[in-house]
Design a protein around this ligand. Sequence first.
Ligand SMILES: [Zn+2]
Length: 292
Amino acid sequence: MKIIYIAGDGRSGSTLLDSILSNIDGSLSVGECHRFWIRFYEGETRCACGKMITDCELWSDVDKQLRQRFDDYAPEQFKKRVQEIQQYRNFKKIPVIVVSEAWQSFCEQVKAFYEIIASHTKNGVVIDSSKSVSWAYFLEQLAFSELYIIHLERNLPSVANSWRKQIVLPEYTSKEVYMPVKSIVLSTKSWLKIKVMAKRLKRADHYLFVSYEKLCAQPDLWLQKIKAFVQEDFDLSQLHMLPTHAIGGNPMRAKGDDSIKIIPQKDRFKNLNAFQLVFLKLVNGFAKTFLS
Ligand SMILES: [Zn+2]
């Protein structure tokens, strides 16, 4: 089994990268699958395949098999543990967690979760755009699959600008739920934290850093690099928005199966004032010099 994992901040273009990777022959893109334990059991959202998540054959099989294989499978408790792993203060404890007795059953269930997903693919390639750096680190430490981590980073001013937009989540069917909106301070803090934590991922066997801006400015070059990195077959000249079983992610998905166009970004920063923009550009430059 191979997991191609997109790590990075929200609003960094992961939907685009995920859509590109979905074109790998025989692969299956499952979006932010670490949200399964929230989304499946609240039962209020659609899977990207169009069905309600509880009716989707992939996710209902995952639920069924986890219950069959593990007597102690408890989704509510599982959800809490997924959240614990993602807490910043627990990041350094992850190598201890994966070998501890108390977490053993959880770890086995996570492995089974991915194995069940992989059994639904033609070639065992799972595309996971969970983004969480902690979850990537956890999977790396679990060491149960070939893990290819693509760390996608977008410049801080663009990320902060985007976090201030109000965007409705299209996958909720019976109520309006918005993506979270973050202040400049909050988005700066989380962007910096992600950058610092992601340094640890560089030690993984397969790690590639991709700048969203560079990908958009030189798509041919970067698509070749990504293809060489993942060591999988796909036709870069015919990239399409393909049906997936993605959980969560950006509303861009809802537009359907058009061909994928990668265009250079024109940053207009509509949601930032001049002072904020200067501040964010300074932090961005500083971080790229001293934290990379
Ligand atoms: Zn589905």
